[in-house]
Design a protein around this ligand. Structure first.
Ligand code: NAI
Ligand code: MG
Length: 482
């Protein structure tokens, strides 16, 4: 019998990126000290080691940032020739590509995701978003025929920690392309790539105040949401906070888009190419440690192939390498924070307590840092918390079905509606399923694929509004009659 492959460590060099000891707030084109005087430490979740001190922006800081964005909007940016705006976006895209290794290493250090993913997914897609929206900047009248698009004003943008740089790109690129200025707040656990991005903004020569980056936790986010001079809020994060924001904004006339949680069904029919489907299942839930709003966290398998699929899946899971995110061999990295690890652990315990059967492959975890072994639950009832709630970790819940109608019924039986996957040889079945699934994105015979030209967003408690594609411009333009 052949012996198992051993992987020698293949660590990416971390010294390609220079991390400062402390950072200020990026307002009006330069770093300034927070008037709040408050700071906190951001860490590497794989080592539980401090990386830098960052500012906790207070009310006065938010006000200063919004003021800088307003000035930049009124003093040139909103009336700049669109082809000139495009040039800045192209420059930013090029700079992200040129500095991609730096960004990938920093994203991995601060967030815990495998370097392979930050290198091959997050950073290239972030650059692609800037390229894509650069192309739209001088073609807005073609995006909205017979209308006269104009910018909305100052956008307040609040992003989560699962795809820090990519979510920044999703937010900033369309806003700038349409002539808006922004104040963006990264998540408290992952501020560093947004702060490095400030350097790109400076290198690109963007006029001061067009992009402002303020760090801090939910309190800073709440100040930004309620600031009277912000015209539009774009939020990605938990459904809980999304609902709170919607309440705050009700009646204010401010625009809002919300991209919230999900509990997607990945549906496997008996005629699907099973080995590919198993890869899709693994990519669907273990990509980025399952910290993915559109993760395929519920597996729906046609009953006739259940045993085969589960056997293949377990075999595949045993080959996943969990550990040092900076190692190029790593498939599953560190959990982003202690808080998230606690949430995952509690939900997994609830699955065990409610009676589901748990499987975890043997796996040696590092001693320090936040880790969770890739997990699959079988014997899951639809009522269990692990079948209803977003776990946002590497945990899959398996259900079965006998007919397409039953699959639809189960897939749609959650408060969410962000994404879904369908695996089958039959094209007609893919189309029929896609029509009935209440999900913003439906992947067919693939999963977790992203492209800047494709709109992304949800139904129901997954939020509203679309990001990406031509649709992604809509929240950032006012459409007057031509
Ligand atoms: P969160 O919704 O609290 O944080 C997301 C962003 O919102 C962060 O930048 C945070 O500072 C900010 N924020 C928090 N409270 C705010 C408020 N009152 N007003 C304005 N901004 C505020 O999410 P958290 O606590 O990090 O994660 C909790 C759960 O949310 C996760 O376990 C996951 O289930 C879900 N989540 C979903 C995401 C998605 O991509 N849809 C992303 C992050 C979390
Ligand atoms: Mg929270």
């Amino acid at each position: 019998m052949a012996t198992a492959w051993d992987y020698a460590p293949a660590p990416e060099a971390r010294d390609i990126v220079k991390i400062q000891d402390r950072y200020g707030l990026f307002i009006g084109g330069k770093f300034v000290e927070p008037t709040s005087g408050e700071r906190y430490t951001t860490i590497d979740p794989a080592r539980e080691e401090p990386l830098a001190e960052v500012a906790q922006a207070g009310k006065a800081d938010v006000d200063r940032a919004v003021g800088a964005a307003r000035d930049a909007f009124s003093n040139g940016w909103s009336t700049l020739r669109p082809s000139e705006r495009a040039k800045y976006l192209f420059r930013i895209a090029r700079l992200l590509q040129e500095r991609s290794r730096e960004f990938a290493v920093l994203e991995t250090l601060n967030g815990g995701k495998p370097i392979r993913e930050s290198r091959d997914v997050d950073v290239p897609l972030a650059a692609a978003h800037f390229f894509y929206y650069a192309g739209w900047a001088d073609k807005l009248e073609y995006a909205f025929p017979n209308r006269k698009p104009r910018p909305v004003g100052v956008a307040g943008q609040i992003i989560p920690w699962n795809f820090p740089l990519l979510m920044l790109a999703w937010k900033i690129a369309p806003a700038l392309a349409a002539g808006n200025t922004v104040v963006l707040k990264p998540a408290e656990t992952t501020p560093l790539t947004a702060l490095l991005f400030c350097d790109v903004v400076r290198q690109a020569g963007l006029p001061p105040g067009v992009v402002n980056i303020i760090t801090g936790d939910g309190r800073t986010g709440a100040e930004l949401v309620s600031h009277p001079d912000v015209n539009k809020i774009a939020f990605t994060g938990s459904t809980e906070v999304g609902k709170a924001i919607q309440k705050t904004l009700a009646g204010t006339g401010k625009r809002l888009t919300l991209e919230l949680g999900g509990k997607a069904a990945n549906i496997i029919f008996d005629d699907a190419p099973l080995d590919q489907a198993v890869e899709g299942i693994v990519n669907g839930i273990y990509f980025n440690q399952g910290h993915v709003c559109c993760a395929g966290s519920r597996l729906l398998v046609e009953e006739s192939i259940y045993e085969t699929v589960i056997a293949k899946l377990k075999r595949r899971m045993a080959t996943l390498r969990v550990g040092d995110p900076l190692d190029k061999n790593t498939d599953v990295g560190a959990i982003n924070s202690k808080q998230q690890l606690e949430k995952i652990s509690a939900l997994v315990q609830s699955g065990v307590d409610e009676g589901a059967e748990i499987f975890q492959p043997p796996c040696k975890l590092p001693e320090r840092g936040y880790w969770f072994v890739p997990t699959v639950f079988t014997n899951v009832a639809q009522s269990y918390r692990i079948a209803q709630e977003e776990i946002f970790g590497p945990v899959l819940s398996v259900l079965t079905f006998r007919t397409p109608d039953e699959a639809i019924e189960k897939a749609n039986n959650t408060p969410y509606g962000l994404s879904a996957g369908v695996w089958t040889e039959k094209g007609s079945r893919i189309l029929a399923m896609a029509q009935k699934l209440r999900a913003g994105v439906v992947w067919a015979n693939t999963y977790n694929r992203f492209d800047p030209a494709s709109p992304f967003g949800g139904y129901k408690e997954s939020g509203f509004g679309r990001e990406g594609g031509r649709h992604g411009l809509e929240p950032y333009v006012v459409l007057d009659d031509a």
